[in-house]
Design a protein around this ligand. Structure first.
Ligand SMILES: *Cc1c(COP(=O)(O)O)cnc(C)c1O
Length: 418
């Protein structure tokens, strides 16, 4: 297939070229983002997108799925290998639909779910009122300790004992520390314990973060964050989960289809299979290690420059920075850093006195710049420039920093620069 057909749609092509240029010249430091490999991109643009395959391999509601079954089975097999779980569903369109399927499989509307408070780093789908999860289920929350900003398991235990939730989520989007899967498993009681590893799946597969599989019943993840695959989601049931409910895998399958989704996106599933294969290679371990190392260096450098890191540091791929001592709000910091070619996002900090539209913090992470090949020297330079922009607080400094960032970025081609 010729690869230049999109050029004929010049209106759209120009926009995509501009996005490509933006990425070349700037640093993607939003912790939930990454740069996929050319093979993942290729799989996403294959003919597999055309096919309807409602159902599961060997049991479809449409004909012509002989090879589609092979694609999906391959993705499942590879996922089981890298996550070491006996059951996998690779059909969820994304992370939120994956989580929705867990609710649908494990509980009835109105039953209780316990999740980490969004304001303390949890996720919308863990029971937040504006989400389906807080609308159709009774949601209760645990947070982080006011003093050390860490999850306090004894507090969680008290809530579990009093409220007896049906489902408990561990995981989040803005928690810079490792999760204590084992600790949670001891206080779960009768509830289903679900690990949402959307942010850290790549770190777990790379072996740099502890594996929840021995301790939880269910694992959900996105495939596009540290795992570095296509935009998508998936659900695993562990040995432990199957011991608790031998029917849990079937219930998850039923919840995904026909419960919530119609035809699976088989081109996306093929790209997931590519991603799992890449994640099984030695190079991925190196990448995972480097993501965390780079983030540690960034955290240290920023701390030296008197930036206050929530929890005092980071164990993973992200830093949550409390900007109050720098006299700048999250919104302005995000805008100035964007001008400087450093893409990050404003983020609430635990117990944030400021409103969500202009919170007191920013969230910053290393997966994408690590995929680009950056290391210690670059982290030091980036920390210097962040400090300069945040200290100066004006557009002139941001633009000057931007020309430096552009030079730095252009030294590290994107994986899909061809
Ligand atoms: C990103 C994320 C999700 C949702 O993923 P989407 O693909 O954006 O729907 C779910 N849970 C956590 C913890 C996340 O960080």
């Amino acid at each position: 297939m010729k690869r230049n057909n999109l050029k004929k749609d010049s209106e759209l092509f120009k926009i995509i070229q501009n996005e490509r240029k933006r990425r070349k010249e700037t640093l993607e430091m939003i912790p939930s983002e990454n740069h996929t490999s050319p093979a993942v991109l290729e799989a996403m643009s294959t003919i597999l997108t055309d096919k309807y395959a409602e159902g599961y391999p060997g049991k479809r509601y449409y004909g012509g799925n002989e090879y589609i079954d092979e694609v999906e089975n391959l993705a499942i097999k590879r996922a089981k290998e890298i996550f070491k779980t006996p059951f996998v569903n690779v059909q969820p369109y994304s992370g939120s639909p994956a989580n929705m399927a867990v609710y649908f499989a494990c509980m009835n509307p109105g039953q209780k779910v316990l999740g980490m408070n969004l304001k303390d780093g949890g996720h919308l789908t863990h029971g937040w009122p504006v989400s389906f999860s807080g609308t159709y289920y009774e949601s209760i929350f645990y947070g982080v300790d006011k003093k050390n900003q860490l999850i306090d398991l004894s507090e969680v235990e008290k809530i579990v004992k009093k409220e007896k939730p049906k489902l408990i989520w561990v995981g989040g989007s803005a928690y810079p520390r490792e999760f204590d899967w084992k600790g949670f498993s001891k206080i779960t009681g009768e509830a289903f314990l679900a690990a949402d590893i959307a942010h850290i799946a790549g770190l777990i597969v790379a072996g740099v973060h502890s594996d929840p599989a021995p301790y939880v019943d269910i694992i959900t993840t996105t495939t596009h964050k540290t795992l570095r695959g296509p935009r998508g989601g998936m659900i695993m049931v562990t040995e432990k989960g199957l011991e608790k409910d031998p029917d849990l895998g079937r219930k998850i399958n039923k919840a995904v289809f026909p419960g919530l989704q119609g035809g699976p996106h088989e081109h996306q599933i093929a790209a997931k299979a590519v991603c799992f294969e890449e994640a099984a290679k030695a190079g991925f371990k190196e990448y995972g290690k480097k993501v965390v190392e780079n983030n540690k260096i960034l955290a240290q450098e920023l701390t030296k420059k008197n930036f206050e890191l929530v929890t005092g540091g980071s164990d993973n791929h992200l830093c949550l920075i409390d900007l109050r001592n720098k006299n700048i709000g999250g919104e302005k910091a995000e805008a100035l850093l964007e001008m400087a070619g450093i893409t990050i996002n404003k983020n609430a900090i635990p117990d944030d006195p400021a409103p969500p539209a202009d919170p007191s913090g920013i969230r910053i992470g290393t997966p994408a710049i690590t995929s680009r090949g950056m290391g210690a020297d670059e982290m030091i330079e980036i920390a210097d420039l962040i400090d300069w922009v945040i200290t100066e607080k004006d557009e002139k400094a941001a633009e000057e920093a931007g020309s430096k960032i552009k030079k730095l970025a252009e030294k590290f081609p994107l994986p899909y620069d061809f």
